[in-house]
Design a protein around this ligand. Sequence first.
Ligand code: SF4
Length: 65
Amino acid sequence: MSREPSRPPAGLCDSCRHQRLVPNTRGSVFSLCERSRTEPEFRRYPPLPVLRCPGYEPDPQRPDL
Ligand code: SF4
């Protein structure tokens, strides 16, 4: 029986262009902030849900999330 990967709502990150979803081998998916690569003030895996973020930029590919 297959299961869809599960993850908690990530708040703002779910509609942000800097989010990357990272699956693990146990069926969970984590919300990674790509800004953390170059900007240390952003955590690689921020506590969820993110409700306010100075780095938020809407992702035009996901306008309805
Ligand atoms: S910039 Fe902020 S809102 Fe965007 S993915 Fe990173 S933590 Fe989430």
